[in-house]
Design a protein around this ligand. Structure first.
Ligand code: NDP
Length: 285
């Protein structure tokens, strides 16, 4: 991404990403810090706007409007979850779709489902597809099982896997908390994607031998050997799964960094699209 940022900067446009953090949730602060660090390291401009938990919805919407109108801001990301008194859907709908680098705006979600490629795809599922492609995993005709149906991971993940293009063409099953006999489905998967939020729930005996396992989960579990008393773990029980799977992503270090890389990629694209719009406007004058 740094090479792309340098290329655009040489043409006079430095891709800009602004992250908005409301409140002091420690996990959100960590994620936002990682996004800010990565965007700076890639040479982008922007940064994080930190607001108190008492910020009203109107104040946040006014900030989003200001960022929508700022030509140096190509990507806007409002970190979720928001404090209870702010409706996340209202905020997401206020972000201009062409600056929605998180890919959460209904217009971008719709484009993803239809298969239009001019929108932004939610970063975590986009990162999973990139991992599969770069690892030489053939998704065509594969049985892909996604565990989890959230709007930010499970649903867009399934939508990507079913598209008729590279990284897609899979036969997709989506499981959730009401699924009867989860293991029956996971054991059929050539590609198993766990996005559940339950520490180490998928064990080796639930995985088909030779399957590719992508662990999206980011959970904590007690670990007396750590100063904090806890450690990060995924939704997959790594030690039992690694003996059965042909490929598996670790937690931390697998999907997490890819999510950030895709955020930078979306921001670079947002800057490129803004440049194209400016050029078209100049041409029509
Ligand atoms: P959500 O809580 O929004 O969704 C979890 C999904 O898992 C729901 O669809 C839920 O079903 C399903 N589920 C819960 N329990 C079970 C069960 N026992 N059996 C089958 N399905 C179950 O979580 P997210 O999608 O936001 O995140 C999932 C995980 O991924 C979390 O650990 C999160 O921290 C992590 N994450 C990691 C990212 C990264 O960059 N690495 C980015 C985003 C998330 P139902 O809908 O029925 O409730």
């Amino acid at each position: 991404m740094a090479a792309d940022v340098a290329r655009l900067s040489a043409q006079g446009v430095v891709p800009g990403l602004t992250v908005v953090l409301v409140g002091d949730d420690p996990a959100s602060a960590t994620y936002v810090g990682a996004k800010e660090k990565a965007s700076k390291a890639a040479g982008m401009q922007g940064g994080t706007i930190r607001l108190p938990a008492t910020t009203t919805q109107d104040e946040l919407l006014a900030l989003v409007e200001r960022l929508n109108a700022d030509p140096t801001v190509h990507g806007i990301l409002v970190q979720m979850p928001l404090p209870r008194h702010i409706d996340p859907d209202t905020v997401i709908r206020h972000i201009r779709p062409e600056k929605d680098v998180d890919g959460f705006h209904p217009e971008n979600v719709g484009k993803l489902l239809i298969g239009h490629t001019d929108g932004f795809v939610s970063c975590t599922p986009a990162g999973v597809i990139e991992l599969l492609l770069r690892s030489g995993v053939d998704t065509r005709g594969a049985e892909a099982v996604v565990v989890g149906r959230s709007n930010i991971v499970g649903k867009p993940m399934a939508a990507l896997l079913v598209q008729g293009r590279a990284g897609g063409d899979a036969t997709v099953t989506v499981c959730h908390s009401r699924t009867r006999d989860l293991a029956f489905h996971t054991r059929r998967a050539d590609i198993l994607i766990a996005a559940i939020g339950r520490a180490e729930m998928i064990t080796g005996d639930m995985i088909k031998p030779g399957a590719v396992v992508i662990d999206v989960g980011m959970n904590t579990k007690p670990d007396a050997s750590k100063a904090k008393g806890t450690r990060l773990c995924g939704d997959v029980h790594f030690d039992s799964a690694v003996t059965v799977a042909s490929k598996i992503t670790p937690v931390p270090g697998g999907v997490g960094p890819m999510t950030i890389a895709m955020l930078l990629r979306n921001t670079v694209r947002a800057a490129e699209l803004a440049m194209a719009r400016t050029a078209a406007l100049a041409g029509s004058r």
